[in-house]
Each structure stands twice: as C-alpha cells, then as structure tokens.
Design a protein around this ligand. Structure first.
Ligand code: ZN
Length: 561
C-alpha cells in the first residue's frame, strides 16, 4: 500500500511536471527577427497547397501620428480546422515602404521561416501546438510618403497624384497581405488618432462602410473601433477636420448630419450644414423620409475638383474644390437613388434630375442659362439611347452626357408630363419598391404607369429607347389684325415625330401668353393677342431637350429653347 501511494505521488509529480512543461512550451511566444531570415525562392502559388486549414480573423490596432508615422500591430487569430499537422502562412507587403518591426508566433512550433529575394514576402511554416495560434505582425509606414493610388473604382474620385499633409487615403496595398488556407471570419480595426483627426473605413471592393462600433476620446487621442464581417481589406480615409453637426427632425425620425470640413475651410462649415439640411428636408418631401439615421459629408482635399461619391449608408465624400449645392444635392439624392433603392445607372439620371430640381427651386442665384447648359451637355452624345447606355459599360466621358445629363433632363420632361403630384408619388414608389429588388427601366415605367393610371409606352419609347429628340419647325405663319387684336396662327411640325406636350409662349408689346398643347408629330395653333406679337418661344421653361434654333418670320422672332 505504501508503495502504491508513493508511486501515485510520483506519478502525479511527473504528470504535473509534464503538464507544466507542456503549457509553458505551448504559450511560448516566438519572436522572429525578419532581418535575419534566409532568402528563398518559394513560389507563392503552390506554397499553401499542403498547409493545414484555418478559420481566422484579424485584429488591427493602428496608431496614426500627425508627423507621418503609422505604427500598426496586426494579430491574426487562427483556429485550426481538421488535423493537418503542418501549417503555412505567407505575408506579402510593400518593401521597403512597409517596415516589419516584429513578427511573433504564439502556440506554434516554428519549422521554417524565410523571405523572398525581393524581401517582400515572408514564408512561415509551423506546427500548431493548440487549437488557437496567434501571429502578430508589427509594422511601420510613413503615410506622408505615399500617394492615394490602388483604389479601384474609387480612383475615379481621387486625384491620385496629390499628397496632402492633412489627409490620406490608405489603399489595401499599404497593409501586409496574409495568405492562409481557410476562411477569414472577420476584421476588427482600432485606429488611434490625434483628436482633431477622423477616420472613415470602407470595404475595398464594395465601398460599403465598415461598422463604427465605438468612438471615444482618451486624453489627446481619438480612438475609433471599426468592424466588418467579410474577408475584404479596408480602405481607410484619414484626415484632419473641423466637425459641424446638427440633428434634424423629419417627422418621427431624427437624422444626425455631420460635415467634416478641412481646417482651413472651416468658415464654410455652418453654411454647408444649412444647405445640407435644406436638401435633406426637400428630398424627404419629394422622395420619402431620408432612409438612414445619419448623414456624414466629408469634404476632401484629395478628391478631384467637382467630384463626389455617395459611399452608401449615409457617408458621402465631396471634393473640397468646387463643392456646391449642385454637387451636394446630387450626392445626397443618391442616399435614396443608388444607396437605398437599387436602380443601377438609372440612379445617376435621378441624381442629376434631383440636383437640377433642387437648384431650380431652392438656389438664389441660378444662372439664366442653367437649363440651357444641361441641354447642350446632354446633346454632346447623340448616337446612343438611354436604355442602351444604362446597360453598356461606356467610359465616364461617353456616359456623362447621356446617363447623367440627358437622363436627368428626361425625368424633368416626365415631371412635366405627369405633373408634380403624380411624378413624385412615382419616385416615392420607386424608392420603396426598389429597395428590396433591383429595378430596371421596365419596372420604372410600370411604376409610373400604375401611379398615373396611364399608358406611358409612347414616352419611354421616345425618350429612353430612341436616341432622337424633338425637332420643332414653325410653318404657315400668319398674323391677322382685327378689331385692335392680333390673331396669330401657325403649324408646328416635329421632324422627329414625338408625342409631347409643348409650352408655347407668345411675347407681345403688351402681354405674354403661355399655352400648353399636345404635339403628335404636328399641330395647328391659333392664339388671340391684345398686343403686337414680337416673339414665339417654344419650350420657354426648358421642359425637354430638343433641337434649339432661332429665326425670324415676318418680323416675329421664333425661338426653340
Ligand atoms: Zn452620381
């Protein structure tokens, strides 16, 4: 009995010694000195083939300093899946721009570590010693050294040759990219900034904003905590801004509007805030209540002049150079058309329509040729119909005149045809319905037909499916004077045979008369005037795009606007 007891004690001692040894070995952290790694010519494509697979997530802590330094600590938490014994990881990064300061491996036994000849890929082979392996990478980079390139389609917005000391856009290429067999489950990103600075994080492929789960101030530091569930890289936008905020009540809803202004342009902050509030209120009346609970507008020093982008879910970037009510209203309307309702390229037509309609009804200093300019721009590309342009992948240069300018104008024409009440009810129905399923032109036509209780085939055929525009001509023009009055009579012919209501304005030396008449290819008009007719103006309020001209008949000026 005594022997058994002592044997047991001995066994327990051995076991505890063994466990103690193992656990200290398992939690052992291995620091790899990157500068001493031997160089290898492993091919990255085949390297991971026989590796154990993982489910993994990444936690990044980034310290951002005004002087240019970014110091980052990225921890990859790997959970083994299956039971392959050897695991491999390849970490590629922009050498020498990114400096790896430290590489640590936890709960794993290192088998081999090497570096590519270009010193830009680190290869690690290891044996996981526990279910959970951690790889920590500490690196540094100077953001003042980099250009805002590698942005994908966001590059259209950004002037990629501009560096700025108060703003930077970090594309995915400025982060080490870790290749692992398995599935990435999520990302967390903690950014520590000087407190006058802000960061915005979006998904590098869809540009959807990452969720800001926490934001706090700690001393002179701002700490922002972002999260995202998929495996895409973040695109990080950081800048020094003055913030202007306001809460707007829209019926039962509160919307927090925040303008992020470059520090040297802060004097524009309050004016911009009021403009944005007015736009949000107007569009909420026209299109239904603003769909989100916040609207962040970042005025960027890196964006190209007059450029803007609605990233979605209430985040908008507009250029600090040439941002005005036109640009703001265009981008804000994308919160309904494009961000909330999925309409493909048709949202650009509706955003341009919105900007036109907002400027015309709310801007104090609309230039008299405002609609003329829009009409002329839309005529710059005359060979492609809107329906075709919506479906094709034209360059922005080719697309702009049609999809933006002509499209916006055609919705203005539809507003004229249907009247405000029916037209805006149609747009509200589009916003409601196309949030759940994406809508094309056919569905949009059906929605307007339903709300107006009219067949609109003729309108859509003419304006969306054909590349033509009306071409009005005045014929058989006569003026008969009788009892001190003037009887004006003429034929109106449309060489392109559109069916459209047309405003006709007669200017006389005593009065101006405006009539609306339907032209189906042609029409005959007789107007009685008190004064002597001086001019006949067709489409004086520019409700539609048409061939503009000006000539004289019998001393009367004929103008097609
Ligand atoms: Zn747009």
């Amino acid at each position: 009995m005594k022997r058994i007891v002592s044997l047991l004690i001995l066994l327990i001692l051995v076991a505890s010694f063994f466990v103690g040894y193992k656990s200290s070995k398992r939690t052992k952290e291995l620091v790899i000195d990157v500068s001493t790694l031997s160089s290898s010519n492993i091919s990255l494509t085949s390297y991971l083939e026989n590796s154990a697979a993982f489910e993994y997530s990444s936690a990044v802590e980034m310290l951002f300093l005004e002087n240019g330094t970014i110091r980052t600590n990225e921890t990859l938490i790997l959970k083994t899946v299956g039971n392959a014994s050897t695991a491999k990881v390849a970490i590629s990064y922009l050498y020498p721009l990114i400096k790896i300061r430290n590489l640590r491996l936890e709960n794993a036994e290192l088998v081999n570590a090497s570096i590519s000849q270009g010193k830009d890929i680190i290869y690690l082979t290891f044996e996981p010693q526990k279910d959970k392996v951690e790889i920590t990478l500490e690196y540094e980079l100077n953001w003042r050294d980099i250009l805002p390139s590698g942005l994908g389609s966001l590059g259209l917005l950004i002037n990629q040759s501009t560096k700025n000391k108060e703003e930077v856009l970090l594309a995915p290429m400025y982060f080490p990219s870790v290749a692992i067999r398995g599935t990435k489950r999520g990302n967390t990103l903690l950014i520590k900034l000087p407190k006058e600075w802000w960061a915005f994080v979006v998904d590098s492929s869809s540009y959807a904003p990452w969720e800001l789960v926490d934001s706090k101030l700690s001393g002179k530091q701002r700490i922002l905590h972002f999260e995202q569930r998929n495996s895409n890289f973040p695109l990080i936008f950081i800048g020094k801004f003055n913030r202007f905020t306001r809460t707007v009540r829209l019926h039962e809803k509160s919307v927090n509007i925040t303008i992020y202004m470059p520090v040297n342009e802060s004097e524009k902050g309050n004016v911009t805030l009021l403009q944005v509030e007015s736009i949000v209120r107007t569009f909420s009346q026209w299109y239904g209540i603003y769909p989100y609970d916040h609207l962040d507008i970042v005025v960027s020093r890196l964006a190209k002049p007059h450029a803007g982008l609605n990233i979605g879910k209430g985040v908008i970037i507009v250029s600090g150079r040439g941002f005005d009510v036109w640009l703001l209203s265009h981008e804000i309307s994308h919160s309904w058309f494009g961000s909330y309702a999925d309409l493909g390229k048709i949202s650009e037509s509706l955003a341009t329509f919105s900007a036109m309609a907002y400027v015309l009804t709310h801007s104090e200093d609309v230039p008299s040729n405002f609609l003329d300019i829009s009409e002329n721009l839309s005529m710059m590309e005359r060979n492609v119909s809107l329906a075709k342009a919506y479906k094709s992948s034209l360059s922005l240069q080719k697309m702009y005149p049609i999809v933006y300018r002509k499209g916006g104008f055609v919705f203005r024409s539809l507003q004229f045809v249907l009247g405000n009440e029916t037209f805006f009810e149609g747009l509200r129905q589009i916003v409601r319905e196309c949030h759940y399923t994406s809508c094309g032109l056919k569905r949009i036509q059906e929605i307007f037909e339903n709300v107006s209780n009219q067949d609109l085939d003729w309108f859509f055929e003419e304006w969306f499916y054909s590349a033509k525009v009306p071409d009005y001509e005045v014929k058989n023009f006569t003026i008969v004077q009788n009892n001190g009055k003037y009887l004006l009579s003429f034929e109106l012919i449309d060489r392109n045979n559109f069916t459209m209501p047309l405003e006709v304005k007669v200017e006389t030396d005593r009065e101006n008369i405006v009539r609306v008449l339907w032209i189906k290819g042609e029409a005959r008009i007789t107007i009685e005037c008190e004064g002597k007719p001086l001019a006949v103006i067709l489409d004086p309020h520019e409700w539609m795009i048409n061939e503009n001209k000006e000539y004289q008949i019998d001393g009367v000026k004929i103008v097609v606007e």
